[in-house]
Design a protein around this ligand. Sequence first.
Ligand SMILES: Cc1cc2nc3c(=O)[nH]c(=O)nc-3n(C[C@H](O)[C@H](O)[C@H](O)COP(=O)(O)OP(=O)(O)OC[C@H]3O[C@@H](n4cnc5c(N)ncnc54)[C@H](O)[C@@H]3O)c2cc1C
Length: 427
Amino acid sequence: MTRRTHIIGAGIAGLSAALAVTADGDDAVVYEAAPQPGGRCRTLQPSDGFTHDNGTHVLFTANGHAINLLKTIGARSQWFEPEPKGLPLYDGRTGEMQHVGLSPWSWLFSSRRPQGLTLPDLARILRLVLTAKDCPVASIIGKRPIMDSLIEPLTVAVLNTPAAQASSQRLACALRQLLRPGAGRLLVARNGLSEDLIEPAVATLEARGASILTGQRLRTLLTSHERAIGLALTDRTVMLGPDDRVVLALPPFEVARLLPALPVPTIFEPILNVHYRLRGLAHPRFIGFTGMLAQWALIRPTHVSVTVSAADAVIDQNAAEVAVRIWRDIIPALRGLGLEVASDRQPETRVVKEKRATIRQAAEILPQPPLRPLANLALAGDWLGSLPATIESAVMAGEHAASILRHVRGTRSPVPRNRPMTTEDAA
Ligand SMILES: Cc1cc2nc3c(=O)[nH]c(=O)nc-3n(C[C@H](O)[C@H](O)[C@H](O)COP(=O)(O)OP(=O)(O)OC[C@H]3O[C@@H](n4cnc5c(N)ncnc54)[C@H](O)[C@@H]3O)c2cc1C
């Protein structure tokens, strides 16, 4: 009887788990509730042709696991560095544009240094990087100009949590990674998240014989004697073989619904994205903002995507009004990059609100379940562990789940007699 790994959730964590399982030559099936794989990394393709991602996702060359995943699926060349000369940073209060290096080493050059960065600031950033005790980022940096011009936007970009609450230790993990030579290059998908990440991952899995079944929500997990024994999905029930294993690559609220005894984080932070359909730039550009509601924008050939992270203050506001406000804010910055935009005419606009974009990564001990709560079941997802909840942590969690199940022993005890009516036994 073939040993099969059943992976629930086709987000980055689930796809990474499936890639790790199939790399070992094992059999994997992925079940996804949504009509398309990708989870929080996806491209929206409405019938009117205005195709855009849910939100702009950036990777750093420091994200070794994510970069290796891109190599595995043959998509590394589809992620490129839009701003090799330093990130253009537009200050909405002064109207000034500067270029800032993303690697702390580049701050040795005054042309790449964040505005107003002083030696005492560097000492505080160093304290943050070396911090042993977790505390809010803002409590280490204090009320200094660098807070507005660098630390707050950086914290919100990495942790999707305001610096007043955000965990210094999680941010320090990211900063330590950026310190490695060559690690601070910012990458974006050339065409979009589905084309440059999700579709190549699915194609690689299918070439290895794995199946990805969409529209299959795990409604109930059937368990017996501390083992998963069956999966009650949207239109079928799959009973597990004695050697079968399960990865729940799901957000924490779904894990808590399926296994209510497990402790999981319960507080989330939203991200709001606004996409403006216009003739952009043939070569995509990326720009950061300070002193404005939005934190960054990606200018693609057909549209401009603007991101507001830690968007609690606006997530429940009227979407059209928020989009108007952001459009007015960003016009001078877009013109600064050479884009011809009329101030009296706002382009066609789409707003995507992700209310539970990530867990809130505050300076407190977040509830964490055991990574293998049942003998043949492991958890995966960006929210597990103490790293920033990003693509990188989702990849790591998926790979880790596959590795902790690798040596799990099967059971010879028979499957219970009272099996549900619709069954599709695992091979
Ligand atoms: C707008 C936005 C911008 C972001 N920007 C960045 C960025 O710049 N850089 C970065 O690294 N990260 C970014 N992130 C975070 C990144 O998207 C996530 O960390 C990552 O996608 C999480 O992957 P995951 O597999 O852990 O979870 P998910 O993507 O949430 O995957 C879980 C999957 O499980 C499915 N599912 C749920 N319940 C069930 C069920 N019962 N049965 C079957 N399937 C189910 C869901 O539909 C989903 O596909 C951003 C997130 C958002 C929302």
